[in-house]
Design a protein around this ligand. Structure first.
Ligand code: AVI
Length: 322
């Protein structure tokens, strides 16, 4: 199989503008965290993953580094060829361990990394074939479900879907339920899902991962205002907004906001957005789960939990569902 990127056909900029205006005309105001990831956002997210406070990356990395063989055995238990489809592949630094193990065990599979960021997909297509000779891969740039359908049309084989990195956490519990139900409808009874969850733990540890001392998460959030200025002719003054993160141990919801430091009007093209002093924009949820919450999510959405893999501190879990 040759490597090539399938580009999205939708008008990304129009959608970005429409969704941004809809969120900023809502009460309370909100933005969509999927728009964090332009080239600068990708770079800042890399820095977040390297931060001392952001325990999630190391925890899941440890699972993949030390248990890739067990995971590879679990996904290949029935011996048939399969497609490994990764939703939100990022730089694949974690999945590379699983890919190595699958190649080492001479399993017949193709890898389809899907990512909303075109930079991510072109980087992967350049770097992975060099790092993993013999890997069959095709990068898919676009919406998860559209691209999952494209991947399914490219081959009718059994699917193993990877959804790691706690990306499910960037949805509310209700939206995560809708997402898993829609995903289940695209899968056949033999297909598997490997899904990563950040677990509920000491609230201070969670909060400092989203409110780091170096201000990297702050820059990550403010970068979306900068992106709106650049791409949608906005005039946000970044000095007039402050990052605020909160964690509620009861619900497991970690939320980030930008707070308007004064009464102000911001223009996006011809549209004027009014802010009161201390008014908030809800930017992102990073939902944390208990093991019970995870099993309930599987059950409610038609999946059967099969196996779980933890890091040594039990900060994180990669669960295999059928
Ligand atoms: C991508 N996602 C799982 C990250 C998270 O932990 O929610 C995004 C992030 N936002 C702030 N820090 C990291």
């Amino acid at each position: 199989m040759t490597t090539s990127t399938i580009e999205t056909t939708t008008d990304n900029k129009t959608q970005f503008l429409q969704e941004t205006l809809a969120g900023l005309h809502s009460e309370p105001k909100f933005m969509r965290s999927k728009y964090f990831y332009d080239a600068t956002g990708d770079r800042i997210f890399q820095q977040i993953m390297e931060m001392e406070e952001y325990y999630l990356t190391n925890a899941e990395m440890e699972i993949l580094q030390y248990q890739a063989n067990q995971i590879s055995q679990a996904v290949s238990a029935d011996g048939s060829a399969f497609d490994l489809i990764e939703l939100g592949a990022g730089d694949a630094t974690k999945s590379i361990h699983l890919l190595k193990s699958l190649l080492h065990n001479r399993l017949e599979f193709s890898y389809f990394p899907i990512d909303i960021s075109a930079h991510v997909i072109s980087d992967l297509e350049e770097s992975l074939p060099e790092k993993l000779p013999g890997l069959n891969m095709k990068g898919l740039n676009g919406d998860y479900f559209d691209m999952l359908k494209s991947a399914t049309e490219l081959s009718g084989r059994r699917k193993v879907v990877l959804f790691m990195g706690a990306n499910i956490g960037n949805m509310s519990i209700a939206d995560a339920g809708k997402f898993c139900s829609s995903l289940k409808k695209l899968l056949s009874p033999k297909d598997l899902l490997i899904i990563g969850f950040d677990l509920k733990k000491n609230p201070k540890q969670i909060l400092s991962a989203y409110n780091d001392k170096g201000g990297i998460t702050r820059s990550f959030n403010l970068n979306l205002l900068h992106r709106i200025n650049k791409e949608l002719e906005g005039n946000f003054d970044l000095n007039n907004f402050e990052h605020y993160a909160s964690y509620d141990p009861a619900s497991g919801a970690c939320k980030s906001y930008l707070i308007s430091l004064k009464k102000q009007i911001v223009n996006i093209g011809q549209n004027a957005i009014h802010f009161e002093e201390n008014e908030h924009i809800f930017m992102e949820i990073s939902q944390k789960y208990s093991l019970n919450d995870i099993d309930q999510l599987a059950e409610k959405t038609g999946f059967k939990p099969l196996q779980r893999f933890f890091d040594q501190h039990q900060y994180f879990v990669d669960a295999i569902w059928r």
